[in-house]
Design a protein around this ligand. Structure first.
Ligand code: SF4
Ligand code: SF4
Length: 127
């Protein structure tokens, strides 16, 4: 997220992969197209993900202007605006990070490392 040039290249590469996938689907071409091979990570990954979903790791900075976009954009209604500040009302969420990346003031942080990475907004997604 902190490297805008890498973000741009990754988005470009994804565009190409998506276009190829669309062509294969349209042409009803079947086969094994997964280029990335690796060990199955399901169980381990799920444990890490489940722990990361804990909303107590979110913090709001003083720069918050109480616009409510974070609550509006949360797909699982985990955020409520109380006294013009977001409050996480569910113990776990989907960890989509829309609240963090879509905040107009970058006021939401998650753990200790998100500040330095900045925000990323998918140019193709409108909320
Ligand atoms: S989107 Fe950002 S500025 Fe708006 S209420 Fe949420 S934290 Fe505050
Ligand atoms: S990370 Fe996504 S699911 Fe979790 S609180 Fe933020 S917007 Fe909601």
């Amino acid at each position: 997220m902190s490297d805008s040039e890498k973000n741009r290249k990754d988005t470009q590469a994804a565009d190409i992969m998506i276009a190829e996938a669309i062509q294969k689907i349209k042409g009803e071409i079947t086969g094994e197209f997964n280029k990335k091979k690796g060990p199955p990570v399901g169980g381990v990954f799920y444990k890490v993900y489940d722990s990361a979903r804990k909303t107590k790791k979110f913090k709001v900075e003083d720069s918050c202007i109480g616009c409510g976009l974070c609550a509006k954009n949360c797909p699982v209604d985990a955020i409520e605006l109380q006294d013009k500040k977001p409050v996480w009302v569910k113990e776990r969420c989907a960890l989509c990070l829309a609240c963090l990346h879509r905040c107009p003031k970058f006021s939401i942080q998650y753990g200790k490392n998100t500040k330095k990475h900045g925000q990323f907004v998918n140019p193709y997604v409108k909320l």
